[in-house]
Design a protein around this ligand. Structure first.
Ligand code: SF4
Length: 93
């Protein structure tokens, strides 16, 4: 996977603890989410973390303006869409 997008990350050089508030007393994701929403490489970042989580399991922290719970919901929704698509293909054969 091409990681060149990381050079344009808005979070580059910032205090990464901001992106892991659950490890620091449970602060809300407000600040990192705002930074992520203005980041030019958010789609690349989201594709990257979803790819890692699909192979290796959940990761902590906010990535691409998504919390771990939000990414879990996205992964479940994707699995449901794929299941329905496969079911439709089985019925139409
Ligand atoms: S979307 Fe957020 S976590 Fe991802 S590179 Fe940009 S600022 Fe960093």
């Amino acid at each position: 996977m091409d990681d060149s997008w990381k050079a344009k990350a808005a979070c580059r050089g910032m205090n990464t603890n901001l992106w892991y508030p659950e490890q620091d007393g449970g602060r809300p994701y407000t600040v990192p989410r705002r930074i992520c929403l203005g980041c030019d490489v958010r789609p690349d970042c989201l594709a990257y973390i979803l790819s890692i989580e699909s192979r290796e399991g959940p990761r902590h922290g906010m990535w691409a303006a998504t919390s771990p719970d939000e990414r879990k919901r996205m992964a479940r929704a994707k699995a449901r869409r794929e299941w329905r698509k496969n079911a439709r293909e089985r019925v139409s054969v």
